[in-house]
Design a protein around this ligand. Structure first.
Ligand SMILES: *Cc1c(COP(=O)(O)O)cnc(C)c1O
Length: 437
């Protein structure tokens, strides 16, 4: 498979190059040259395949030229080596629990896949890569965990001060080794802007080989398709009609991966883009105008994004046909008050504990089902409630116990360096503190 740059279609690269570079010229995102269809028999009979086989089939067309089958098999099986259950909340709404991985967030899937690909591509090369990544909370932890002690890779994570939860902060800052955490006195968009400036800076680029680990990177974005297939495998046992799928969305990598599986032939009734008050996409779906906005800080902080980077990929999938896009995706914006009310209600009524992101998805799903009676579907449960204990406690009075897997981490010391949202400070840090090419 080849990938072209959405900003400059002349730039065409293979999977390996796209993974190592992260993005193309003019900061353009890479996009697959064609959309490989699933074999309809495979889709009909998902239940007959193991999760590893499904994951392998899902990815082979995208990476097959650059990665031998046995290597890809190994990578996908490590990517999904935790359970991804589809749990029933009530008659019409299920939750695909994507939070049983090592950092208790769905981003583990993409981060694990990408780190293993990068590590494979850098093997035997005398090349050091610096992964520079901005996080609103969960990306950083998943990337830090995925890349921890990976040879020839340094990871620098920028996160907004006071806007991530305690567990999230520990996951970013306590590992050390090849992982550095920069605490930016600003918003997630400030972090993302700093990262973008670094990618455009000549001094930095002549000193380091930089790459991104946000869902901009195809090796993080594409493997997210896998769990839509794993969801359908379970769904087909439970329900007859095709599911409505609702993804709590920020940068839209997750939803875009789901839509890609639909284009490949996965039977999905409809998609819902569930946003918090950062509602650029729901507003676009109403008005056909994409108006980027300053981010608003909310309880679902991983979705506090005012300029969703993967949205251009969604537009590309639909060939920029607004009406087709609107027929397949609905958008809703849910505020913090509704988010908390949803956590309370779902806990009291169904004894199911949501955290703020999945609560946004639940509330959006509920609105859609009200407008479209008779349909059923699932939300993507993107994080474990323990990652957002304050909101959960406020809504339900429940204090969640720390899972055993986190106890050790929480006792470790936070190690971060505070910087202002000023590119000169980031540049100084990189040039002085990170080992060179
Ligand atoms: C990152 C994240 C999201 C948003 O995912 P996108 O792919 O950026 O749209 C939603 N929920 C949680 C918990 C996240 O960490």
């Amino acid at each position: 498979m080849k990938y072209y740059n959405l900003k400059d279609k002349e730039e065409v690269v293979d999977f390996k190059t796209a993974t190592i570079k992260g993005q193309g010229k003019e900061k353009g995102l890479f996009f697959p040259e064609n959309i490989p269809r699933f074999d309809p028999e495979f889709i009909k009979n998902l239940q007959q395949y193991s999760n590893e086989e499904i994951a392998f089939q899902c990815m082979i067309d995208f990476v097959g030229d650059d990665t031998p089958s046995d290597v890809l098999k190994q990578i996908v099986s490590e990517t999904i080596n935790f359970e991804i259950p589809l749990k029933k909340i009530n008659e019409n709404i299920y939750s695909l629990e994507l939070f049983h991985g090592p950092t208790l967030a769905f981003k583990d899937v993409g981060a694990r896949f990408m780190s293993r690909c990068l590590s494979y591509f850098l093997k035997d090369k005398n090349k050091k890569v610096t992964v520079l990544v901005a996080t609103s909370g969960d990306t950083g932890g998943a990337v830090a965990n995925g890349f921890y002690k990976t040879e020839n890779v340094n990871v620098v994570i920028l996160y907004p001060k006071n806007r991530v939860s305690e567990v999230q902060e520990k996951q970013l800052t306590a590992l050390g080794e090849n992982i550095s955490a920069l605490e930016v006195d600003g918003s997630f968009d400030d972090c993302q802007n700093l990262v973008k400036q670094a990618f455009a800076d000549d001094d930095i680029n002549s000193t380091f080989f930089l790459t991104s680990a946000n869902s901009i990177n195809i090796a993080r974005w594409l493997p997210q398709q896998i769990y839509y297939l794993l969801a359908l495998k379970q769904w087909q046992k439970l329900e007859k009609e095709n599911p409505v799928i609702c993804a709590p969305s920020g940068n839209f990598g997750n939803l875009c991966a789901g839509i890609l599986t639909d284009f490949r032939g996965l039977p999905v009734e409809h998609f819902i883009a569930a946003c918090n008050e950062n509602d650029v996409v729901p507003q676009y779906l109403r008005t056909e105008k994409l108006e980027l906005k300053e981010t608003i800080a909310t309880l679902s902080n991983a979705m506090d994004v005012g300029n969703p980077s993967n949205f251009v990929r969604i537009l590309e999938l639909f060939g920029n046909q607004f009406n087709e896009l609107k027929n397949k995706i609905s958008g809703y914006s849910i505020n913090d008050k509704e988010t908390l009310q949803t956590i309370t209600k779902v806990y009291e009524k169904y004894n199911y504990l949501l955290e703020p992101h999945s609560a946004v998805a639940y509330a959006a799903m509920e609105q859609y089902l009200k407008e479209n009676p008779g349909k059923k579907g699932f939300i993507l449960g993107t994080a474990h409630p323990i990652k957002f204990p304050d909101a959960v406690k406020k809504a339900t009075q429940i204090t969640i116990n720390l899972p055993v897997s986190l106890e050790k981490l929480m006792k470790k010391e936070k190690k971060s360096i505070e910087i202002q949202p000023d590119f000169a400070e980031l540049k100084r840090f990189l040039l002085n503190k990170i080992s060179k090419l």
